[in-house]
Design a protein around this ligand. Sequence first.
Ligand code: COA
Length: 383
Amino acid sequence: MAKVIVASVGYTRVGDHWDKSILDLAVEASKKALKPYPNIRPEVIIVGNMFSSQSSRQEHLGALLASALNLTRTPAFKVEAACASGGVAFNIAYNKIRSGEVSSALVVGVEKMRDLDTPEASLALSMAESAEYTQFIGASFLSLNAMLARLYSETYNVSRDELSAFPVIAHSNAATAEHAQFRKAISVEDVSRSPLVSDPLRLLDCAPVGDGAAAVLLASDAFDEDDGARVDVLSSKISTNIFSVYERDDMLKFDATRDAASKAFSEAGISVEDVDVLEVHDAFSVTAALSVEAMGFSREGEGAKDAAKGIYALRGRYPALTFGGLKGRGHPVGATGIYQIIELWLQLKGRGNANQVKGCRIGVAQNIGGVDTTSVVSVLARR
Ligand code: COA
């Protein structure tokens, strides 16, 4: 098996890009990722995107992007796995290089959400749930996660302030992250005073709607990089859960994440204690808590409480959401999994500026689609 490295990255700020099309965003991020290595012509282009047909009346993103980059004849295609589209695209590229099929790949996550108004965006997102049942009764991801938040708080006696800890960490880190959608710190009081969206979730419990594109150039180990701080991909695993959250025996168990993490950690030869930096899928405050529990960073019912104790803060034991996570950096859904890989790359290269986690060597990214219906866990290391 070939070793795989993340050679270079490119990304846009997350937020409102009224003046740019979905293709403009994808091209901008791709060109930035390709620029440092003009001699590498990617052998495959994989685009992670969830709902370009809804937001931009555009499909066929792979060939569209290849053509715009003057890379025709290169195999190019889109993959979709709801909010895990970016993570899944990364996983496929990683495995193609690892198997020896190709020696380089351009992976691009892109989403244009702001051209839809909020109810339209919510409807597009809800297509990640079952059309016949969940969508049919009008449940959105806001209401499904609100149900989880209530159950989580009641089952484990989690207070409002404890639930607010992850959004507070996210915004604190986003305040100094140039590419973040919300560069503004918030307090637990701000969260509990923010407008109620779906009881008990408030505005500041929720990731926002935003546009963005993120790209990584992956290459085989044979590729010779110059600056010495090489970032290797040690593993990447995808797993799936029972499709709809209400069908599961225990709605508070993120079994797809548990399975993907245990396989990814085992293949990388690491344990939880080895992890220095962590990007979790904090689409909602409760999602972050259940994710760190499923991966083994916190015990069951302790995720939000550990966040309130500072364990996941930038200077805590497991620094998480180091550039703001989904809540603060933003969540352009199909691009999110690639932003997470880029943020680990920045950390492992020592290019995190004010957000740098000192001396970090091993980073983990967890990207989910639906309510943990698909989960991708990837492990990166500085060599
Ligand atoms: N966090 C913080 N601030 C937010 C925000 C969020 N999630 N969403 C919007 N805002 C801010 C806006 O910047 C705006 O601020 P301003 O008045 O200073 O300009 C204000 O709140 C109103 O924005 P608006 O776009 O009108 O909000 P909205 O009520 O239409 O949407 C949510 C708010 C929470 C419903 C929307 O962000 C949402 O649907 N989030 C969840 C997305 C999602 O489900 N993703 C997939 C997860 S699986």
